[in-house]
Design a protein around this ligand. Structure first.
Ligand code: F6R
Length: 242
């Protein structure tokens, strides 16, 4: 695992966007794994700008998001499908048929994970997976103590994650308590992983993830296993690294 420290948040965000853009230029039909959350907003804004100003072509790209809330419809402003449309897909020339998220309204909750994994396999597997990290060390919605071998499945969110994400809901009590997420094992199968971590609020958990022991209590520490993982951080997030 390689850790790259940039002096400012903006530089870290730009570098992450540039890595995604290079992946698209190098392999126009690449399969990207995508994340949501506040950290990614500037990355998607930069990709939209690269499409608009430099003609970055997404027409053959395929995307798989990490997660989706159970019970939210695609047109719910709090769903991750809505986030992706608003922040990225509506601003680039991606084919909607090539953008995948777990179905938050799936009728068969236990089948949704295997079904999603079959779709990932059908598209050839993920070339580049973008990740953020939760304040409790989660990746996707793999909460502390998720197995490193876990697959895409339905999970119950922890009180920490509910506290982290519920402010994004107009009525915080409306935040779903369950979600679908790619598993840690699924994420580790991506050919390349880029995790972006910014802000002092993530400094402690970042240090635990990249310098601490491999431990299911910090799901992001699983990236230490990966042969081709890069963690891009700003100086604030790096402040607790040794
Ligand atoms: C969301 C996801 C989460 C976030 C994490 C950080 O798709 O994968 O693991 O990356 O919760 O969220 P922010 O960026 O809002 O701090």
């Amino acid at each position: 695992m390689e850790v790259i420290i940039r002096s400012s948040r903006e530089e870290a965000e730009k570098m992450t966007a540039a890595m995604l853009a290079t992946a698209v230029e190098t392999k126009p039909d690449c399969v990207l794994g995508l994340a949501t959350g506040r950290t990614m907003e500037a990355v998607y804004a930069e990709l939209a700008r690269l499409h608009r100003d430099k003609g970055l072509d997404f027409s053959q790209v395929c995307t798989f998001n990490l997660d989706e809330y159970i019970g939210l419809a695609p047109d719910d402003p709090n769903s991750y499908r809505y986030y992706m449309q608003e922040k990225l897909f509506d601003h680039i020339n991606i084919d909607p048929q090539r953008t995948y998220l777990p179905d938050g309204l799936s009728k068969d909750i236990k089948q949704e994970g295997p079904h999603y994994e079959a779709q990932i396999r059908y598209r050839g597997g993920i070339d580049l997976q973008l990740l953020g990290i939760g304040e409790d060390g989660h990746i996707g919605f793999n909460e502390p103590l998720s197995s490193f071998a876990s697959r895409t499945r339905d999970v119950t969110l922890t009180p920490e994650t509910i506290a982290q994400n519920s402010p994004m809901f107009q009525r915080p009590e409306d935040m779903p308590r369950r979600a679908f997420t790619m598993g840690v094992g699924t994420i580790l199968e991506a050919r390349r992983i880029v995790m972006l971590v910014t802000g002092a609020g993530k400094a402690r958990v970042l240090a635990a993830a990249v310098e601490g022991p491999l431990a299911a209590i910090v799901p992001a520490s699983a990236l230490q296993f990966h042969q081709n993982a890069v963690v891009i951080v700003d100086a604030a997030a790096a402040s607790e690294l040794r």
